[in-house]
Design a protein around this ligand. Structure first.
Ligand code: PA5
Length: 463
């Protein structure tokens, strides 16, 4: 096994002991091999017909991004991404995993990155106290080009830029959006903004390896070639239809069966790493938004999907693990381990004879955090709670690229198992539509009427 390969350890998620009630028997997995092989063929067909294109991203041409990096070097010290959901979470996850933990204060590798994925006016406007507009480049990202949060932020920033720089405002703004259509594309064309693309056939939450995540990555100093090489390595590794050779399919099947047959309706992802905690945020969107669906492919009402929950180890051992061990047995756990940290520290103990510190003498922080991960996995296993481990030999662009592709492929297979469309998001669209109606956007008058007649707010029930 190559040294830099991330690994999926399912030892604590399956059992060969028929007495164990809450863990999946290994033979049950074998029963699904044929189904997995059939779905694999369907996925391959969709890939060939280019209906689904996130798997192509590791092999893309990145020369335009590299040219941009050269061009902006020395001109800016900060990049601000205006975006939300799939247009934001991947950017945050990559920066957090691969840069200095306090990169927003000082980033020696490139620009500092801020991602403003909310329209809380206090939080949003505070940003302008810590950036120097002269040295800030903005990237407004929206695949649809019509998302209220993103477009409202864009309006505010654009006005500020025009007020300060006039005709030169566009030197501070990039637009990343659909190639062919959309309101943002129209504006970008009208203003002559520099454009990057959310590719056709790649949905928001599958777009981190497109310009959506790569533009910020390259400008803040992440090695995008390594990131894509990691994703390519995982894409190739997952071309087998054999469950025991394909970690994406195995993990999809495990989660699907635990959810639908064993009542584990919650999927907890718990990296034992503060820098990887935003990968769990990214995962939560991917898993939740892709699989949480009302209708199946036949149009029948099914209301499926496992609820993703994010936690961080060991921090949440002191918050959630009591519930995880002894509360309802309705969860499957993914503990993410980092075998080797970039910077490790060890402790020396001047308080000899003190049992509270003696065992820490000459031990390292990496040893401690990994012991805590293994300790939690054993505590969970003792209570018959299934635990999958995802093991990073170390955290770098190559391993993070693998992780991203692993979970995207897993989600594609999970969509097949649930027999739903993992690439749409009608629930999200419904919320967007209601917001437009409430904001009085023309074209949404019927929706406004519907809301007003369906929900009469009774002041007696406001306490
Ligand atoms: O995954 C998705 O499609 C969504 O989460 C979108 O990324 C999110 O709603 C933002 O949409 P847009 O990029 O169109 O502004």
């Amino acid at each position: 096994m190559p040294a830099q390969q991330i690994r999926l350890d399912i030892n604590l998620a399956v059992t060969t002991n028929p007495e164990v009630k809450h863990l999946m028997h290994t033979s049950r997995l074998d029963d699904y091999q044929k189904m997995i092989s059939d779905y694999h063929l369907e996925i391959e067909k969709e890939k060939k017909e280019r209906k689904i294109r996130f798997q192509e991203l590791p092999y893309q041409d990145t020369s335009k991004l590299k040219a941009l990096k050269k061009e902006v070097e020395g001109k800016f010290d900060t990049l601000v991404v205006l975006g939300i959901g799939g247009s934001a979470l991947g950017n945050i996850a990559l920066a957090s995993a691969l840069l200095h933990s306090y990169q927003q204060i000082s980033n020696k590798k490139g620009l500092r990155l801020f991602v403003t994925d909310n329209v809380d006016p206090d939080w949003f406007t505070d940003l302008f106290d810590v950036i120097d507009l002269d040295k800030t480049l903005f990237n407004v990202i929206s695949k649809s080009g019509g998302t209220a949060e993103t477009m409202s932020q864009f309006l505010y920033v654009w006005e500020m830029l025009v007020g300060k720089y006039g005709d030169k405002a566009k030197d501070h703004m990039i637009a990343t959006t659909d190639e062919k259509s959309g309101y943002l594309l129209d504006i970008a064309n009208e203003l002559g903004l520099r454009k990057f693309v959310v590719p056709e056939g790649v949905g928001g939450r599958f777009s981190v390896l497109s310009d959506v995540g790569l533009l910020s990555s390259i400008l803040i100093g992440i090695d995008i070639d390594e990131l894509l090489a990691g994703a390519a390595a995982m894409e190739k590794r997952c071309q087998s239809d054999e469950l025991m050779k394909n970690p994406a399919y195995m993990n999809a099947l495990l989660h699907y069966l635990y959810d639908t047959q064993m009542g584990k309706v919650i999927s907890v992802m718990m990296p034992y790493s503060s820098t990887l905690k935003y990968l769990a945020d990214w995962y939560a969107q991917l898993w939740g938004e892709s699989l949480g669906k009302r209708y199946n492919l036949k149009g029948q009402e099914v209301f499926v999907g496992q609820t993703p929950v994010k936690a961080v180890g060991p921090t949440d051992q002191h918050s959630q693990v009591q519930l995880y061990c002894e509360g309802p047995n309705d969860k499957v756990f993914t503990l993410v381990e980092v075998e080797k940290n970039h910077k490790d520290i060890s402790f020396s103990n001047p308080f000899k004879g003190n049992a509270g510190t003696d065992y820490l003498d000459k031990r390292s922080m990496n040893e401690l955090i990994r012991a805590e991960l293994h300790g939690t996995s054993i505590a969970l296993a003792d209570f018959e709670r299934p635990v999958v481990k995802v093991i990073f030999p170390e955290v770098n662009a190559f391993t993070v690229g693998q992780f991203i592709m692993l979970y995207e492929l897993q989600t594609a297979m999970a969509g097949k198992l649930y027999q739903i469309n993992p690439y749409d998001q009608p629930g999200v669209e419904a919320g967007k539509k209601a917001t437009f109606a409430l904001m009085g956007r023309p074209g949404f008058e019927d929706e406004k009427k519907r809301i007003e007649t369906s929900y009469s707010f009774d002041y007696r029930f406001i306490l």
